[in-house]
Write a protein that binds this ligand. Sequence first.
Ligand code: ASP
Length: 287
Amino acid sequence: MADGRWAIAVHGGACRIPSALQAPRREGCAAAAEAGRMILERGGSALEAVKTAVCLLEDDPAFNAGRGSVANADGEVEMDAGIMDGATLDVGAVACVRFLYNPVETAHAMLREPPVLLVGAGAEAFASSRGIAEAREPVRPATPCGSDHDTVGCVARDREGHVAAATSTGGLAGTLAGRVGDAPLPGCGFYAEDGIGAVSLSGDGEAIARMLLAARVMRALETTGAKAAAAAIFDPMARLGAEAGVILLDREGAIGIAHNSPQFAAAYVREGMDPVSAIVWEQDDVR
Ligand code: ASP
């Protein structure tokens, strides 16, 4: 397993991307993959790479996560994020947080703690107990040019053969206050396990949760290659009339990207190849 080959893929959400956001999202994904590449190339961990890449995407207002988050029905931002260490199977996740610009940072700080998921004020209190800077005011919704849903995510494999996954979102625009989608739920919006691979999803959160989509993709990864495992999202989403996009990598760092949404901003890079980024992916676009 530890053959020294690193790999990373990031995504910026499965949806119809407004034209003004297409270039910024493609470029933002490329920049996040590049930040992860720098960590992995110098021997850093997959966990550090996914956290760093997702923090960058949360800081970029072109994405519905962190600073770019959309408003719920009350006009407020509520964000969810989850991260998983494939080496230890530790999970950290937060939901319905309003005062944290980088929800994935708090999720990361929870990795070695007993709870898997903290919500709202409890998550924010945990963040401040760890010295993670909270905003003084709640994070404000992004400008109306943003899309009405989306998510960001990252999967990585390091030189040691360890894998990690993270997903972060501002959720769905106009949704009920307190609604939590798939993004912070392991086995739904993300999962990682050494010896199998790592996965991060975007799309219709309720459908993804009902289908345990990350778990299905992980099960496919146990028996098929990366491309076929990515295609495992199609039937469950068709059954519920829902849309999703997936990035994944297998135990060796082979990458899979698939979506049934009109577009899916994503980028990937592996040891020994040039980075690739796009907003529409056909099966053969991933080498
Ligand atoms: N999956 C996210 C959620 O349901 C939204 C998205 O990815 O578009 O919160």
